[in-house]
Design a protein. Sequence first.
Length: 175
Amino acid sequence: MTTDNKPEDQQDPQAPAAADAATDGAENKIADLENRLAEMSDAYLRAKAEVENVRRRADEEMSKARKFAVESFAESLLPVMDSMEAAIAQPEAKVETVLEGVHATRRQLAAALERNKVLEINPAAGTKFDPHQHQAISMVPAEQDANTVVTVLQKGYSIAERVLRPALVTVAAPK
């Protein structure tokens, strides 16, 4: 018999205990990994649900914002409507009184538009033509620099630096 080969009855008594310990260690590691996997899966599902909730709330807020976007603007126009109805209710009013009321109503409307960032585009004569804010109706000979505004036929309007309607203008023709 060689020294490497021990008879079965003389095997190391610690070998089965070491194998059991290794098996217990592997089982503990697997259990720990399964617990971590369960925790991470739960955290993932919670995060996914939170993202869906945030998305749903954002969609609801956007829908409300679209639905009620003009609420402030409409509210600022109500006094203008009241003034117009008051004028209509006075059919026997003098022309001067009606004209005075029209001017007051126009001031109310201008103030309401300005409060809502709707600004006039009304270039002065001689202002350089800007195709982003002006629409040239015609070119006319004039005693001023070429490509400058000669007259404004209709005011334009912008809201928050975005043109709603360009000003209709005539432009000086090149000499």
